[in-house]
Ligand binder design. Structure first.
Ligand code: ZN
Length: 214
């Protein structure tokens, strides 16, 4: 059955049907949501560029995908989305030395059993052939869901929410990082994480996500 429209699928699997994939609006560099989010993201001065594939619409197919990403059985969605990001990284000639998934807090990681951004990172790595670094930065606070917060509150909420681990500089120093999240909304999380990676000596950071939300 399709996880978005409930259409039975020929092989009986739980996936997204072709129609639903095709119904997800794709992002291009001249899309207003892309330009708006990129502007907010780059304004902080930590991030150089943004790579993203889809528009996250409330009640739209991507919301179902984003929800499914939180369950291990849908790991393949994360990898598939990552491959699509990897394709854009290649097509847009974005420089990448290492791929860094935005970490979950250890409590959430333990509850869920995995970090969905790592699966996306695996898909990207399979296309561009660069290493994934998962043990350089960690989340220090178990932040509440941000959906009800204003932009200013989100930035406040995410301030100091990440730190690099001792010895992280060895992995990050002089590197151009691709910082990967599933969905980027205001960019507060991405920027907070990027700041710590730069402080550990990374050369520059490009942000990537499967989708952008308004
Ligand atoms: Zn469907």
């Amino acid at each position: 059955m399709c996880i978005s429209c409930n259409t039975p699928l020929p092989d009986g699997s739980q996936k997204i049907c072709r129609n639903c994939w095709d119904a997800i609006p794709a992002l291009t560099k001249d899309h207003s949501l892309y330009q708006e989010t990129r502007g907010k993201l780059l304004a902080e001065g930590c991030i150089d560029d943004l790579i993203s594939c889809y528009v996250f619409e409330r009640e739209g197919p991507f919301q179902h995908i984003a929800h499914a990403l939180k369950y291990q059985e849908y790991k393949s969605f994360g990898v598939e989305l990552g491959k699509q990001i990897g394709g854009l990284v290649r097509d847009w000639n974005v420089e990448v030395d290492i791929i860094v998934p935005v970490p979950l807090h250890r409590i959430k990681h333990r509850e869920r059993g995995y970090n969905q951004s790592e699966f996306i990172a695996q898909g990207i790595a399979s296309i561009i052939g660069k290493p994934i670094i998962v043990d350089a930065v960690r989340r220090t606070r178990h932040t509440q869901t941000q959906t009800t917060l204003t932009l200013e509150e989100r930035y406040k909420n995410m301030k100091d929410a990440f730190e690099t681990v001792p010895g992280a500089s060895k992995k990050l120093y002089g590197k151009t990082c691709l910082l990967v999240d599933d969905v980027i909304t205001t960019g507060a999380t991405t920027n907070s994480c990027a700041r710590e990676i730069l402080a550990a000596g990374a050369k520059s950071i490009n942000a990537a996500s499967a989708a952008l939300a308004k």
